[in-house]
Design a protein around this ligand. Structure first.
Ligand code: OKP
Ligand code: ZN
Length: 342
């Protein structure tokens, strides 16, 4: 399997996030993708290729134009206020506040975000556009007939919705890839999110559509981030009714419980008749993850990959979360070698 990757993710390096009531060093950091790349090479997964530039068109197909343009100039506008350090949003447009787009860059950052874990940095824009190019270039590999491909995307994307960022995510790489595949001729596509956290952004983008079945296995939002989405009764809306499937599992759910949910999700993908699969590959389901509470071990990731291969679909993996930095390379690449070995 080929990997699409660029060093440009290094340009995005958040200083801090609000965690446990404290400004803490960002969990989402450049060494994460470096560790995954190192394992891609160590396990000789296959060729590593650079993304091709695709401009903003593929991004604008799944995100609001105002949202995209905000990110394009946000750092320039923020640093022009005399602050040449990261920006973090500090308030949100909650119930009964006016839904108006503020004029000031700081207000706009609040308007276009859902949490205080997703900083605006000097290099956010070049990094997130590079990640989008990685996702699109990988999708083009599938369209050219490859059986599987790995988009080593950073920053991650699955919390990024149509018009807001959150959970370290800015542009929804998996949604951008899914849309590229549909535009390239795939008629029905499944996006399966196996990150510990619900893929609220991907769900939001495809919630009213029947050409994408979105499925997510994650920590129950009654106690886990992102708290406000990811419940089992979210089944889609309008044309999309019946094409959204959430599998919330209590924090602490064991490996058997997790694989039972995976089995249910696979059955659903098969019944849908998907022609291709995009996997939001977070490996924060690992027992050693510092911010998550499932219990997968290294070898369970091989089993995950092998199960996905049995679906028999052209498959694109997009890298998402995973914060036990010394283990995420092994876990992510175990999924990919498990897929290839099946
Ligand atoms: C991003 B991805 C835990 C802090 C939660 C946000 C988590 C974002 C996860 N108390 N901060 O889905 O891995
Ligand atoms: Zn996660």
């Amino acid at each position: 399997m080929r990997t699409v990757y660029t060093d440009d993710h290094h340009l995005h390096q958040g200083r801090a996030e609000l965690y446990n009531g404290t400004l803490t060093a960002s969990f989402e950091k450049p060494s994460r993708a470096d560790m995954v790349l190192e394992q891609v090479r160590a396990q000789t997964l296959g060729e590593v290729l650079a993304p091709k530039p695709h401009g903003l068109e593929p991004v604008l197909k799944v995100h609001d134009e105002g949202y995209v343009r905000f990110w394009e100039s946000a750092w320039q506008r923020w640093s022009a206020t005399g602050r040449d350090w990261d920006a973090l949003p500090k308030m949100w447009q909650v119930r009964r506040l006016r839904e108006r787009i503020p004029e000031h860059v700081e207000g706009q950052l609040c308007y276009y975000s859902m949490d205080a874990g997703t900083p605006l940095t000097a290099g956010t824009w070049p990094a997130i556009t590079a990640a989008a190019n990685v996702a699109v270039t990988a999708a083009d590999c599938l369209l050219a007939g490859e059986k599987s491909v790995f988009a080593l995307t950073r920053p991650p994307g699955h919390h990024a919705a149509y018009d807001y960022c959150g959970g370290y995510c800015y542009f929804n790489n998996a949604a951008i890839a899914a849309q590229r595949l549909l535009d390239g001729g795939v008629r029905k596509l499944a996006v399966l999110d196996v990150d510990y956290h619900h893929g609220n952004g991907t769900q939001d983008i495809f919630y009213r559509r029947s050409d994408v079945l979105f499925l997510s296995i994650h920590g129950d939002p009654r106690t886990e981030y992102p708290f406000f989405l990811g419940f089992a009764d979210e089944e889609g809306e309008g044309n999309g009714l019946g094409f959204n499937a959430n599998y919330p599992l209590a924090a602490g759910t064991d490996v058997a419980g997790w694989f039972a949910a995976l089995e249910a999700a696979c059955t659903r993908i098969q019944a849908y008749g998907a022609e291709a699969l995009v996997v939001s590959l977070g490996v924060d389901t690992y027992e050693g993850d510092p911010i998550s509470r499932f219990a997968l071990k290294h070898e369970d990731f091989i089993r995950l990959g092998a199960r996905l291969a049995r679906l028999g679909l052209p498959t694109q993996f997009c890298f998402e979360g995973g914060y036990a930095v010394e283990a995420i390379g092994i876990n992510a690449v175990n999924v990919l070698t498990g897929f290839e070995g099946a």
